[in-house]
Structures are given as C-alpha cells and as structure tokens.
Ligand binder design. Structure first.
Ligand code: TXA
Ligand code: MG
Length: 326
C-alpha cells in the first residue's frame, strides 16, 4: 500500500478526519461506523448536526451493510453508474449511526470513481462518511488547495488528487419512498436515470426537502461577493451601470470578453454544461477573492442539460454576499 494511503487509513481507524478527492468535489471523510469521528466532521465544517452525510463505499458489494432493503432499481442504477457521481438514498440498517443519517430512517450511499478515492476506500474496506470539504454553506472545493483554504488546520491530512473532473456534487436520487425522486441534480441527468429505471424520476420541490438535504437550502454554494444572474443583454446593462458607478465587477460568461476596462475582470466559461460545471466552483472562488462589488454571471440556457449548473448558480446567487453563518 502506498504510504499516503496507509497514513490516511491509520488516521480514519484512529477516528480522525481525512480530506480526499472524488470525481465530483473533495470530501471531508471520517469512519462512518465511528460516531465520535463523524461528529468531528460537523465541528470542522460548522455544519448543523441534523444534516445527513453521504457514506462512500468501495463497491456496490458493501450496499447491504448499510441499507436494509435493496430495491431492484438500486441494483440496476449501481450497475449502470457506479463507480460514479450518483448517490442513492435507501432505507438504512438499524446500526447505521444517527450522526450519519441525521436521525432519519434512510442513508445516502455512493461509490465514487476517482482513483484515489477508490484506493482509499478499498484499503479502508469500510464506509467513509464525507460531505463536501468546505465550511458550511460555502463553495465546494474542487482542488486540494481549496480544501486547505477552507479547513486549513482542522483536518490532519488532505489527499491531493488534482482538480476534480466533474466539478459539481453528485446527483442524489431517493429510492426510499417508492417512486424515485431526484433530490439534487448532477452530472448524471434525469434522462440518464430514466433510461435505466424505465421511467422518469420525480423532481423534488426545491424547498420541500430543505431540512433533509442541506444542498437544497437556497443559500448554498455561495461566494461572499454578491452574485447576480443576468441575461446576455442584462450583462451589458449591468456592466454599464457598474462602470458609471465606478464599481469593480467580475464577470463569468460563456462569451469572449465584450468590454476591456480596469474595473472589469472577465472570465470566459466553457459553453457546454460539463465544461461549465468543471470550472464553476474554481472560477467563483477566484472571482470571489478579487474584492469586487458584484459578480455578474450570464445565466446558461434553460433545459435538462443545464439543470445541475443552473441549480448551483441559483443557490450561489441566493446565498451570496453573506458573512459566514458559523
Ligand atoms: O458529490 C458529492 O455528493 C460530494 C462528494 C464528497 O461525494 N458530497 C457531498 O456531500 O456533496 P454534502 O454533504 O455536501 O451533500 C450531500 C447531500 C446533503 O445535502 C445531504 O443532506 C444529502 O446529501 N443527504 C445525505 N443523506 C441523506 C438522506 N438520508 N436523505 C436525504 N438527503 C441526504
Ligand atoms: Mg456540500
């Protein structure tokens, strides 16, 4: 076993935290079978303890250790998409700690596809509870450097696996209530799920799930600088207003820089959803650090392909401009 993996496993077994890369975002991991270790996650993040965590597994073979019922749909989806950016909500076995499930009767499970995550999980041979490795309500980290910025001395080891290839959090599908319900959109879209399920998942009403899915809180994934979503015309008007007012602004838009000015920092975003998602959090983090009055983001098109990106942008706009709630 490689030395850094051995060290990570030793820390996890000792009830300590380890941050690690997944294909979506970096996770802040603890031994999911150790309630005291899991409690350290909430302390490090400043996250309310009733918010449930996803348990990361080395393979679908581990499902039955955590879920007491395995609907045929879960097995089909696991076969189709794991390892990969899909979290399944299933009825939990009674021994799964309340610290992990937030006291609910269900547990979130996924097998991530990042090679370093899989290496860690295989060596640990158990479940690793891990939320995104950011302070509560803030932008999820997609590089090891982001994790160190967010959590610094609060985590003894950050495994560095480079930039996360997907860049936004996993799709969450609830299979605990009969009809599958999409709780959080992600890179695996409703149409991908429907192909395997033979029916379209229901879409959760965004606010109805708020206490259960922290990713469904409106104020989430948010920069400190106020973030405004604008149309392409709206962008030009907003820029003009900012320049008239002498305000420093940052722009994230899928088009080449339309205006060159000292007060404007323009970042061109990829024009397709996967590329946009890949760069999104790193771009928001960089633009947030500029000390601008506003971040203007040109809203991507509506429609299924952009659902996950638009979801994250809406929440980033809703929660922006606030001081840490912790
Ligand atoms: O891509 C991801 O899912 C990343 C990486 C690290 O795996 N993790 C992540 O974790 O985004 P977190 O904690 O930031 O978001 C997980 C979401 C939360 O909104 C949580 O409320 C929800 O999953 N969740 C976990 N268990 C649940 C359950 N039993 N029922 C409903 N929602 C659940
Ligand atoms: Mg998160």
């Amino acid at each position: 076993m490689r030395a850094e993996i051995a060290r990570a496993v030793a820390l996890l077994r000792a009830g300590e935290l380890v941050a690690f890369p997944t294909e979506t975002v970096y996770g802040l991991g603890a031994d999911a079978a150790n309630a005291a270790a899991v409690a350290k996650i909430f302390a490090a993040k400043g996250r309310p303890s009733e918010h449930p965590l996803i348990v990361h597994l080395p393979s679908a073979d581990h499902l039955a250790r955590w879920a007491r019922e395995l609907p045929a749909e879960a097995e089909k989806l696991a076969a189709a998409f794991w390892p990969g950016p899909l979290t399944l909500i299933l009825r939990r076995r009674p021994e799964v700690h309340d610290a992990v499930t937030g006291g609910q009767d269900t547990v979130g499970l996924r097998v991530p596809s990042h090679p370093l995550a899989l290496e860690l999980l295989a060596a640990f041979d158990g479940g690793i509870a891990a939320p995104s490795a950011n302070r509560f309500g803030r932008i999820s980290p997609t590089t090891a450097a982001h994790v160190r910025e967010e959590l610094g001395g609060r985590v003894p080891l950050v495994l560095d696996g480079g930039a996360c290839p997907v860049g936004i959090e996993s799709t969450i599908l609830d299979l605990s209530r009969g009809a599958p319900v999409l709780l959080r959109p992600g890179a695996i879209g409703a149409a991908d799920l429907a192909r395997v399920l033979g029916r379209a998942p229901e879409l959760a009403a965004p606010k109805a799930e708020a206490p259960r899915v922290s990713g469904s809180l409106e104020a989430h994934y948010a920069p400190r600088t106020p973030l405004q979503l604008v149309s392409s015309d709206g962008l030009l008007f907003a820029l003009r207003d900012a320049l008239v007012a002498g305000e420093k602004v940052a722009v994230l838009a899928p088009t080449a820089q339309a205006i060159s000015h000292d007060l404007v920092t323009w970042t061109q975003a990829p024009a397709e959803p996967a590329g946009f998602a890949h760069d999104l959090y790193a771009s928001l983090r960089a633009l947030d650090a500029l000390g601008c009055v506003r971040i203007l983001v040109q809203q991507p098109p509506a429609g299924e392909a952009w659902l996950a990106v638009n979801d994250r942008l809406r929440r980033a706009a809703a929660g922006s401009g606030e001081e840490d709630e912790t």
